[in-house]
Design a protein around this ligand. Structure first.
Ligand code: SF4
Ligand code: FES
Length: 362
């Protein structure tokens, strides 16, 4: 029976990539690890591109920790150009680990030709430890294009059959043709600059970037706040609590004055029941609603649960447990009534007798 071997003709990534970078390190010609997942590079859509890369693809698939690299193989007559592959593996889509063979050992390659080794040692291509002589250098679109040009050249006249040369020779050829650039990728340079360590993954690098941006944002916010604090207007943010509500004689008639209700104050002249001018709080002592003054019924009535208060603030109906509160009042040198909401007087505590809690208008 004639000798046959398997060549990879199609490769794809199943859902579940964890972006570990391993496959791109093993076979950068095919795998392109992005932020969210791994992609197959456009040239690797073609069978002719994939076939010579079979060993690297198998190694990458075997090394994928979540086994999401799938590939399809075809049986080809003759010995494998890159190695003496074991026979008997079926063609078709197979899980990566199975396709790589039970031993999980990298596909052996032909002994390196000293001529090609010399070329490689003089070039700047860096061999991958895990993938034999496959390079670990990331390449730009231009470099991929260069590789395509080299690949399309008729090398047979030079005694080279491109499809069947071993990876070391292919790498050397591409190197001589300038397909590889030795320049360190920007990400690696940044990694070194940030001292993240040579073995850090792309995720670690992104995390470091996020942390750096976060730190910069925090510093900016801090300096912005300091700037605002230093140059911003120095205004008092607390609500006003002392009101000059008008001349005392403006409240000489008996009744409830509601013009300061929006400020939480009712000014009440208690005549004829009493000779006092008081300032009542507009907050219901049940659960904090704002009652209404009902002139016709001569009472305050809370709309929430029906509590009622007499004109002097004493409760007489509904669920409220105690009278409305009174604020401190005084008369300034100009004869104005001053209401100070910072001081509160409660009837049930006997505080309404305090001279600060009323103005005597007798
Ligand atoms: S080795 Fe597997 S998990 Fe890691 S980047 Fe490649 S496809 Fe994704
Ligand atoms: S809040 Fe006024 S009666 Fe309940």
């Amino acid at each position: 029976m004639a000798e046959t071997h398997l060549e990879v003709v199609k490769v794809w990534i199943a859902p579940g990539c964890i972006v570990c970078d391993s496959c791109e390190n093993d076979c950068p010609e095919v795998f392109d690890v992005q932020e969210e997942t791994c992609l197959i590079r456009p040239p690797a859509q073609s069978e002719s591109f994939l076939r010579p890369l079979t060993p690297s693809i198998q190694i990458a698939a075997e090394g994928c920790p979540v086994e999401v690299i799938k590939f399809e193989t075809k049986e080809v007559e003759g010995a494998a150009p890159w190695a003496n592959q074991p026979e008997g593996q079926p063609a078709g889509a197979v899980p990566a680990a199975k396709a790589a063979g039970p031993s999980k050992a990298p596909a052996p390659m032909q002994p390196a030709d000293p001529k090609w080794q010399a070329l490689l040692s003089n070039s700047k291509v860096s061999p991958s430890l895990s993938a034999g002589l496959a390079t670990t250098i990331k390449r730009s679109a231009e470099v991929n294009q260069t590789e395509e040009i080299v690949r399309s050249m008729d090398m047979k006249d030079a005694g080279v059959d491109w499809k069947h040369i071993p990876p070391d020779q292919r790498a050397a050829l591409l190197s001589v043709a300038g397909a590889y650039h030795p320049a360190t990728p920007l990400a690696d340079r940044l990694r070194q600059h940030l001292s993240i360590g040579a073995r850090s993954t792309r995720r670690q690098f992104n995390l470091a970037l996020v942390v750096a941006w976060g730190a910069m944002a925090a510093v900016t916010a801090t300096f912005g706040a300091m700037f605002q604090d230093f140059f911003g207007p120095k205004v008092l943010k607390e609500p006003k609590s002392v009101y000059r509500v008008g001349k005392v004689q403006d409240f000489s008639l008996a009744g409830v004055y509601e013009q300061y209700k929006p400020n939480g104050i009712w000014v009440v002249n208690l005549t004829p029941d009493d000779t006092k001018l008081v300032a009542l709080s507009t907050t219901c002592t049940h659960l904090g609603c704002i009652p209404n003054w009902l002139e016709g019924e001569n009472k305050f009535k809370c709309p929430c649960h029906g509590s009622g208060y007499h004109r002097d603030g004493v409760n007489f109906e509904g669920p409220t447990p105690r009278p409305l509160e009174r604020y401190a009042v005084s008369k300034d040198p100009d004869g104005y009534l001053i209401v100070d909401k910072r001081k509160v007087f409660r009837q049930e505590l006997g505080e309404w007798d305090s001279p600060e809690s009323f103005i005597d208008i007798a």
